[in-house]
Design a protein around this ligand. Structure first.
Ligand code: ATP
Length: 214
């Protein structure tokens, strides 16, 4: 079965941690496509001076020479809040039921899943691939533990079924975060070698992240 994966985030800015994770997941799990999906930031979390277009442009620059990874702009094009469940529903309607869709996230995101809009429907629309990040443990009780107990599957299911499995994947993560990059720039230090050179050039040209609240 054709298998498509999505990797969502704010990508503010995109860095090598995101790019390595997406590429490794694509190669090790054998996805036919891996799409990076920048999210529309809710107004109260948006950063002044860093528009959705800027986040999109930086991603596009980062992916320019990497045909293995694609940019999916659908959440940026929608007005108002974007919910993953709506995105997956739209994608499912577009692709039909004979294509496997995997939504990839870090374990920190899985732990917050019960706060997501209509979260219980996510696993009906797609597989969830969860990459374990150091320092986090799986919950033993509560809604996420129940989801794991009901849906935990192995990697093969990602190619055999269209949706419905929760697959845990251990992967070495580069110790890079967008927060760290923003605070380096705000304190006049260089984030070079944490993100693609062309993204850094863009940040410098557009004077992004110069102050802590940006
Ligand atoms: P911030 O520091 O602003 O929270 P971030 O670097 O964590 O940003 P996001 O855009 O919030 O990046 O994250 C998007 C996705 O990338 C999430 O699923 C997150 O778990 C994952 N991610 C973040 N940093 C890394 C990393 N170093 N390696 C692999 N995945 C990462």
């Amino acid at each position: 079965m054709r298998a498509i994966a999505l990797f969502g985030g704010t990508f503010n800015p995109v860095h090598f941690g995101h790019l390595r994770m997406a590429l490794e997941l694509k190669e090790t799990l054998g996805f036919d496509e891996m799409r990076l999906l920048p999210s529309h930031q809710p107004a109260h979390r948006a950063q002044p001076g860093v528009t959705a277009n800027a986040r999109r442009d930086m991603l596009a620059l980062a992916l320019e020479h990497c045909p293995a990874l694609q940019l999916d702009e659908r959440e940026l094009q929608r007005q108002g809040p974007t919910y993953t469940v709506d995105t997956l529903q739209a994608l499912r309607a577009e692709l039909g039921n004979q294509v496997s869709i995997s939504f990839c996230m870090g374990l920190d995101s899985l732990l917050g899943l019960p706060g997501w809009h209509r979260w219980q429907q996510l696993i009906r629309l797609a597989h969830l691939v969860v990459v374990t990040r150091p320092g986090w443990q799986l919950p033993e009780q509560g809604p996420v533990a129940e989801l794991l107990a009901a849906h935990r599957g192995d990697v093969d299911t990602l190619k055999q079924q269209a949706a419905g499995s929760l697959v845990l994947r251990e992967q070495t993560l580069l110790p890079i975060s967008a927060t760290e990059i923003r605070s380096l720039i705000a304190s006049n230090r260089s984030p070079r070698y944490l993100l693609p050179e062309r993204v850094l050039d863009y940040i410098q040209t557009h004077q992004l992240y110069k102050s802590e609240n940006q």
